[in-house]
Design a protein around this ligand. Sequence first.
Ligand code: NAP
Length: 292
Amino acid sequence: MSEQAQDARRKDPDAPVWFITGCSTGFGRELASAVLARGYRAVVTARNPETVRELAEPYGNRALTLALDVTDGDEVRAAVHVALLTMGRIDVLVNNAGTGSFGAIEESDDAEVRRMFEVNVFGLAHMTQAVLPGMRSRRRGHIVIISSIGGIRAFPAVGFYNATKFAVVGLSESLAMEVEPLGIKVTIVEPSGFRTDWAGRSANEAPNEIADYADTAGANRRNIRDHSGKQPGDPVRAAEAIIKAVESDQPPLHLLLGKAALKGAHYKLDLMKRDFDAWQETTVGADFPEGE
Ligand code: NAP
């Protein structure tokens, strides 16, 4: 979009409204900054709204900052209610808030795993449910889900994180089929490693380590931590890519971000095809014979 068109949008009191979760750091913060700079209005949310105050301030009433922990159902409903009262509508919901947890499946702590599911899966689902009535009544809207390449292929040490993101992909693909006839679009964003706080402060570690997993989960735990801050993915470019997808006439259902995401997704497709082809006879042989 041209600078002129962005300028016109900046003066438009009715410019489209983005609602973004988890804006304190990382993708959420960069996306909030980028959409506001482009003239959109935005509801910039964070567990601690102080973290986004400075970001939103220059935009006056084009930006609304709200406290939002996505695991708190009352806060989710209240935030959507206040956003609709203040901004009039929500055009784009970005379900970004997310957290990680590192450890082999056997090493992982149940309470920590459940905490991660509350944020990554149920928080995201509740946000989506809260925003859908407004989008349905207007017969338009776009729901962006920040999943991960880890929602397409798995890695050792992040099995439960993979489980949350696989869950989110299943939920989002189903959602897309349900809401497409109602004029609502869904885009699942699947990044590989990006330079945010995700692999640092936002991820917890399983408390114990079992020596038998040292070469698999143990090695990958350390690998992810060691690469934190050195990932090839640029969150500013990711924000631009997400805006481009939302502004497109034909937005993708799946948007991979980063070279490793592209490589990982093709690896998974090839792996599945190999098994499907090699076992095809057994697969089709499991049905009743034709006519029975
Ligand atoms: P980040 O910088 O650590 O940001 C995570 C954000 O989620 C923070 O703003 C955090 O807020 C927020 N959050 C955590 N729990 C929350 C809750 N209960 N309610 C509301 N907000 C909460 O990491 P990021 O990479 O930008 O993460 C954003 C999304 O990208 C996540 O869904 C993550 O899984 C996904 N992702 C990241 C990568 C990567 O390599 N960076 C790759 C694939 C997918 P606080 O400041 O309050 O903790």
